[in-house]
Design a protein around this ligand. Structure first.
Ligand code: HEC
Length: 472
């Protein structure tokens, strides 16, 4: 009795109680089964990210000098710190996975068609914002990977026509990656993007309530904008299932499952390993983004670099445009996947490409091989003297991680077995001191003597004159 009175009082002042009751009582499309749980699970994951994110904020220091140390403190010393970071990390992965599953479900079932075009558009924006959030999250970790990531993003932005250079400076916050970069990305990660995300979620949920959840598609029964709404209303009146408790309880059960999986992953596997603190002179770094970006990373790394420039801007742009245009291309007609072979083929093609690229990003033959065994005296062809010293520099400075000599070493850069046949000593000097594309700059790292020895060694790498090297 008391409760009822209080509710009445609240409803009289706010009108909220009646609104919530109306939402709970509204009928939902029948046949809305487990395929429909992903959307609300994304919301659950988002809420979890907000909560764990606030937890991390209590200790995280957003400055270039303090960020890495504060994360190290959270991970190693703070009570439950590693667990909290683990939850935030796996929660992000979970959100990306769920939102992808949701987009796929909506696309395959043609749920984006009339009258739900704007549901789709706001959903695409949510997907983009979520990925931006995930990316910024990797940057605020502020380790070697983070610096690599932000440089890659700036490089990508720099290829945008006209405003490219300006955009790159804007992302980095100046000319060099440092405190201004971190402040900027931190602002995006904890302030701008979450507010955008929350607003978009609000809009998206509003649209879902307004247009109703799409009924499962039936082959042969397409969407006709002229009759769809009245047919939908009739269908709800005759066969609708109550939103509460039927639909809500199913969503809730799945959401609990999602939370449990995140807790387990955080507990069993823990957070992303903190890489080395950022150090631009560290050329032995083994940079790699979090797993859900591997495909893009692999795509960019596998392309010949004459194409890379175009692909860098074009790939995200084309993907975005294609996604946006989906309801413009087709907002009526068949919804059932069996009647939309082209749509299904597109999904199969894109998913296979992403899986294949993700596997490539995981294997990554093309990235530095840091466990390459050092060159032996036999390969070097000397056991003392400048050539030998030069080969030791080659081993020590990580040249070997990217370059192969007689089958030893990595394949990130060109093979150098017969480099002296291809380049003169001066040309080699130029490449090594100034770097070339994807080849680090060694000018400030090597001493003059190291450089000379290195060149002595590389100059022996020719087919005809190899004996000369051995004689030295
Ligand atoms: C992070 C990987 C990486 C490391 C470490 C690295 N390189 Fe390279 N290097 C490359 C790449 C990639 C290229 C090809 C650049 C291009 O596309 O033109 C290259 C090119 C070169 C070339 C020119 C080869 C040619 O055929 O044009 C030379 C010489 C060279 N590197 C020597 C070295 C030496 C010496 C070291 C160690 C001091 C070293 N590199 C360390 C990646 C690396």
């Amino acid at each position: 009795m008391k409760l009822e009175k209080s509710l009445q009082w609240i409803d009289d002042r706010t009108g909220l109680v009646k609104q919530i009751e109306a939402i709970a009582a509204h009928p939902a499309a029948p046949g809305v089964k487990w395929k429909y749980v992903f959307g609300s699970a994304v919301l659950t994951a988002f809420i979890m990210q907000v909560v764990t994110g606030i937890g991390l904020l209590t200790t995280y220091v957003p400055s270039a000098g303090g960020a890495f140390e504060s994360l190290r403190y959270i991970t190693d010393k703070a009570p439950l710190g590693a667990f909290l970071r683990g939850m935030h990390f796996w929660g992000a992965s979970m959100m990306v996975v769920l939102i992808t599953a949701h987009v796929l479900r909506v696309f395959l079932m043609g749920s984006f068609k009339f009258p739900r075009e704007l549901n789709w558009t706001s959903g695409v924006l949510l997907l983009a914002t979520t990925l931006a959030m995930a990316f910024c999250g990797q940057i605020v970790r502020w380790d070697q990977n983070a610096v690599f990531g932000i440089v890659a993003a700036a490089k990508m932005a720099a290829h945008v026509p006209l405003i490219g250079p300006w955009l790159a400076r804007f992302i980095i916050g100046g000319d060099v990656v440092g405190t201004y970069t971190l402040s900027r990305i931190f602002d995006l990660h904890v302030f701008v993007l979450p507010i955008l995300l929350a607003s978009l979620i609000g809009l998206h949920v509003h649209l879902v309530l307004r247009n109703g959840v799409s009924e499962p598609p039936v082959p042969g029964r397409g969407v006709d904008p002229a009759t769809y709404r009245s047919d939908y209303r009739d269908m709800l009146r005759k066969e609708g299932v109550p939103f509460w408790p039927t639909v809500v309880l199913r969503d809730f059960t799945f959401a609990i499952g999602v939370v449990i999986v995140v807790l387990l992953l955080a507990w069993l596997i823990g957070p992303a390993k903190l890489d080395n603190p950022p150090d631009p002179s560290l050329i032995n770094a083994h940079p790699r983004p979090d797993w859900y970006f591997w495909w893009l990373f692999a795509l960019l790394a596998l392309l010949p670099h004459s194409l890379e420039n175009y692909f860098m801007v074009l790939t995200p742009l084309v993907i975005g445009l294609v996604l946006f245009s989906v309801p413009l291309v087709s907002n009526r007609g068949e919804r059932h996947p069996a009647r939309r072979p082209l749509a299904v083929a597109a999904v199969v093609f894109i998913l296979s490409a992403i899986v294949a690229l993700t596997v490539a990003g995981w294997n990554e033959d093309w990235s530095p091989r840091i466990d390459a065994p050092p060159l032996s005296a036999k390969i070097i062809g000397a056991s003392s003297g400048p050539v030998y010293e030069g080969a030791m520099v080659f081993n020590k400075m990580g040249c070997l991680f990217c370059h192969t000599i007689e089958g030893h070493g990595g394949t990130r850069g060109p093979e150098l077995t017969w480099i002296a046949d291809r380049l003169t000593r001066d040309q080699m000097t130029l490449r090594i001191m100034n770097g070339v594309y994807n080849m680090p700059v060694f000018g400030r790292i090597l001493s003059t003597r190291q450089t000379e020895n290195l060149l002595d060694f590389l100059s022996t790498r020719n087919k005809s004159g190899f004996a000369k090297g051995q004689q030295q």
